[in-house]
Design a protein around this ligand. Structure first.
Ligand SMILES: Nc1ncnc2c1ncn2[C@@H]1O[C@H](COP(=O)(O)OP(=O)(O)OP(=O)(O)O)[C@@H](O)[C@H]1O
Length: 451
């Protein structure tokens, strides 16, 4: 854009100076009178430029609203069809498109109109001033001077229009530039120290020491002086009511946020002293919201090497351990099969096993497992559970558990409520389950059914 602006402004400015110089030589008095038009034009350009900036901003916002809507709605097509919401969504879409069209047309009209208005002000003003001053002073010209002056005046219009056009472009782009600058002013909440160290290997010893945390200044505490020591290779399950802060612990371990007070140590090193890439390389997250991308099975499993060479031997080995090799081999192109947008061509259980295979491929020593809540059929459930057990054997695991079977696979179980941890035994869990049967739930916080 800067190149385009310079390309327009420099030649026009040169032409403007040459023509203005010639006019002064032809008639200094009329040139002075003509110069009176310049402030009028500046006022007109400034006023119209400001209007164009506002119209452009509205047009940018309407385009952003439309694209945000499409990003949200297109992946939810199944839900929309199942809820008979096609008509409703089609009307919402049409409204947004219409709004976008109106705003864009307004911007185009404004862009087309501004040079005409500027030109009108310029020519009208000049004619008025020149004619007025000639009548008042009774100035007489010889023909050659009249021709020179008039020609210079006509040729002066072009650079003025050009500069006006460049100004238009600038005003139009201003909202986008403003937004870019606002983004650069964004302060990340987590800052890496300049002398942060790179961890070559990690055994998986994790300590949460007096962690207090909340998301915002005016929000309530999520974690309140929490302490936990996980030994290498150990599996710790977190249970407790929904919104109790289980996922927040995982986010803190990944250093997506920093605690208000307290520290998290990995292999006795404060994670604030470790560079973020290195920390996250040693921790793998298997999230409740399954994240798969359109691409081949191999690309999804070897995601961490997407920019380098994916090690196919490791991909197959990970898939085998995750009980995924069998169904992958049955796909039309095996590991080279494209699994569609967000893995839409796979079943729920297959997606879960693929994400476990991806975690195994990463070969990190710490695993955060946010157990999926959606139920699977018995066979899929068994395959996923077996895969989870195998992955647990290879990592220090922090599991956010939703099912009793998963909790029983853990070495220790903690209930998180009111920002504090309390250890519960397997036997007390089973006793409660036997007592309450189907009324029992891991996340329940009622006095009777909570762990
Ligand atoms: N990004 C965020 N900004 C502000 N508040 C948040 C954010 N994420 C979570 N919270 C709030 O923090 C609290 C703890 O949320 P968290 O997701 O850790 O709970 P959870 O125990 O994992 O819940 P669930 O079992 O339902 O997944 C909740 O009250 C939630 O509303």
């Amino acid at each position: 854009m800067i190149y385009a602006l310079l390309n327009c402004v420099v030649p026009n400015a040169l032409q403007f100076s040459a023509m203005a110089g010639q006019m002064v030589m032809a008639s200094p008095l009329l040139s002075l009178v003509s110069a009176l038009v310049v402030p009028c034009m500046c006022l007109a350009i400034a006023f119209l430029g400001e209007r164009l900036r506002k119209v452009s901003k509205e047009s940018h916002y309407s385009a952003a609203r439309l694209s945000a809507y499409l990003n949200e709605i297109l992946p939810s097509m199944l839900f929309i069809k199942a809820n008979n919401a096609e008509l409703h969504e089609s009307i919402r879409f049409q409204r947004l498109v219409h709004d976008d069209l109106v705003k864009r047309l307004r911007k185009k009209k404004m862009r087309a109109l501004i040079p005409q208005i500027v030109q009108f002000v310029y020519v009208g003003g000049l004619l008025l001033f020149c004619a007025g001053s000639m009548v008042a002073t009774r100035v007489s010209f010889d023909v050659s001077r009249v021709v020179t002056f008039t020609m210079s005046l006509i040729l002066l219009i072009e650079p003025i229009q050009g500069i006006g056009k460049a100004y238009n472009e600038l005003k139009q782009a201003e909202p986008a530039i403003e937004r870019l600058f606002n983004l650069t002013k964004f302060n990340p909440q987590v800052i890496e120290k300049p002398d942060a160290v790179d961890l070559d290997s990690v055994s998986g010893d994790i300590k949460f020491c007096g962690i207090t945390f909340k998301y915002g200044d005016n929000m309530s505490l999520v974690l309140d002086g929490l302490n936990l020591h996980m030994k290498p290779g150990e599996t710790v399950a977190l249970v407790g009511p929904s919104g109790g802060g289980k996922t927040s612990i995982a986010k803190l371990l990944l250093r997506l946020y920093d605690p208000l007070s307290g520290s998290i140590l990995v292999d006795d090193r404060d994670i604030r002293d470790v560079c973020l890439r290195s920390l996250r390389r040693h921790i793998v997250l298997v999230s409740q919201d399954i994240t798969l991308f359109s691409g081949t099975v191999a690309e999804n499993i070897g995601y961490m090497d997407l920019l380098h060479e994916i090690d196919m031997e490791r991909v197959v080995e990970a898939a085998k351990i995750a009980n995924a090799d069998e169904f992958i081999s049955a796909l039309p192109k095996g590991y080279e099969t494209n699994i569609g947008q967000r893995g839409s061509l796979l079943s729920g259980g297959q997606k879960q096993r693929l994400t476990i295979a991806r975690a195994l491929y990463q070969k990190s020593s710490i695993l955060i497992l946010d157990e999926a809540t959606s139920a699977l059929d018995h066979k899929s459930e068994q395959l996923v559970r077996q895969a989870v057990q195998r992955v647990m054997d290879r990592h220090t695991v922090l599991v956010i558990a939703h099912r009793l079977e998963t909790v029983l696979m853990a070495d220790r179980v903690f209930r998180l409520d009111g920002g504090k941890l309390e250890e519960v035994t397997h036997s007390s869990l089973i006793a409660q389950y036997n007592e309450l049967g189907c009324d029992w739930h891991l996340g329940s916080s009622s006095d009777e059914t909570c762990i």
